[in-house]
Design a protein around this ligand. Structure first.
Ligand code: SF4
Length: 296
C-alpha cells in the first residue's frame, strides 16, 4: 500500500473514531512518517513497532515529530547473544537509539519476545530498561505459548516486581481486596480482534488481528469504513491458539500464600485488576500483567 493510499484511509479511520494507529514491520520507507504525522493531526495516537537497528538521526527527527510511542525489540541481555539472534550490531544500535530518544517526547517501550531461552532474564532486562530510561517493558508471549512458558513468565514477572519495586509505577492504583476479582476479570476477557481493532497488511488486506485467520476485506477494493461496518454485522471467526490457556488459573497456581504477602505484589495485582476493570475485550498478549511501567 502506498503512503498516499494510507493517508486517504486515515479519514475513514478518524470517522470511525479510531484512537490509535500502530505501524509495524521491518525498515519502513521514510514516507511512513508522513502517514503517522497525518494520523497525529487527525487526533490519533501513533505507535511505531520496529527494530531500532536501522534507525539513523534523520529517522529520529521524523519520529520526534510524528510518533507518540516507539516499541523496540530486545531479546537478551548482553551483546553476544543479542547480536547472534538478530545480526549485525543490533544490541549497540538499539541501545543508542533508545538513549537518543529518552529525553524526547517519544515514549520508548521495550518489547521482549518471551522464549524458554530468555524467560529467566526478565529481571535483568528490566534492569537494563531502567538504566536506559525506557518508559515501559512488555514481555510478549508468542502466539503458540504453552502453560509452562506462561507459568515461568508470570513467576519471573512477580520476582522482578519485588526486586525493582522502587523503580516501577502503577497508574490509577487502588487497593484490591479479593484476588478472585482479578482472576475473574482475567478469565472473562474476550478476544478483541475485529471488535476494537483491525490489522491492515501491506497488500491492503484487513484482518481482525495480524494473528487472525479470517480476512474482513481489502482496502484496495472497498473503503475501510464499509469493511468495518459490514464486519460488525457478522461474528468474526477468530482462530487463535492464544485463547486456549486459562491465564487466570496459571496465575492462581503461581500466587501461593508467600507471594501474596509482599506489598509490591499486592500493589501490582491491584493495578492489574483496575486496568482490566470494565474492559471486556483484551487479547491475552495485551493483558496488563505483561507490561511493567518504569518510574521517571
Ligand atoms: S486472542 Fe489476541 S492474538 Fe488472538 S486473534 Fe484475538 S487479538 Fe489476535
Amino acid at each position: 500500500m502506498s503512503a498516499e493510499e494510507a493517508i486517504e484511509m486515515l479519514d475513514n479511520a478518524a470517522e470511525l473514531k479510531t484512537n490509535c494507529l500502530i505501524a509495524t514491520g521491518g525498515k519502513p520507507h521514510i514516507k511512513l512518517f508522513k502517514v503517522l504525522g497525518q494520523a497525529n493531526d487527525l487526533g490519533l495516537a501513533t505507535m511505531l513497532v520496529t527494530d531500532a537497528s536501522w534507525i539513523d538521526d534523520e529517522i529520529i527527527e521524523e519520529m520526534i515529530s510524528s510518533v507518540d510511542i516507539a516499541r523496540f525489540i530486545l531479546d537478551y541481555l548482553g551483546e553476544e547473544r543479542q547480536d547472534k539472534a538478530r545480526g549485525g550490531e543490533f544490541n549497540k544500535k538499539t541501545l543508542q537509539v533508545i538513549d537518543k530518544l529518552s529525553d524526547s517526547s517519544v515514549g520508548v517501550n521495550l518489547d521482549v519476545p518471551v522464549t524458554p531461552g530468555n524467560v529467566l532474564e526478565m529481571g535483568n532486562l528490566t534492569s537494563l530498561a531502567i538504566e536506559h530510561k525506557v518508559r515501559s517493558i512488555r514481555f510478549a508471549l508468542p502466539p503458540d505459548y504453552g502453560e509452562e512458558l506462561c507459568r515461568n513468565a508470570i513467576k519471573n514477572i512477580l520476582e522482578t516486581i519485588q526486586r525493582y519495586d522502587r523503580n516501577l509505577t502503577y497508574e490509577g492504583y487502588r487497593k484490591l481486596y479479593h484476588l478472585d476479582d482479578l482472576l475473574d476479570a482475567i478469565s472473562r476477557c474476550q478476544c478483541p480482534a475485529g471488535k476494537i481493532w483491525a490489522a491492515i497488511g501491506p497488500d491492503g488486506t484487513v484482518r481482525g488481528c495480524p494473528f487472525s485467520s479470517s480476512v474482513l476485506g481489502s482496502v484496495k477494493e472497498t473503503e475501510l469504513k464499509r469493511i468495518w461496518v459490514e464486519s460488525q454485522k457478522r461474528d468474526v471467526d477468530v482462530r487463535c491458539p492464544m485463547k486456549c490457556i486459562s491465564i487466570a488459573s496459571v496465575l492462581k497456581e503461581v500466587l501461593d500464600e508467600d507471594l501474596l504477602r509482599p506489598i509490591p505484589i499486592r500493589r501490582a495485582l491491584s493495578a492489574w485488576y483496575h486496568s482490566l476493570w470494565g474492559r471486556e475485550r483484551v487479547c491475552p498478549r495485551d493483558l496488563p500483567i505483561w507490561t511493567l511501567y518504569i518510574r521517571d
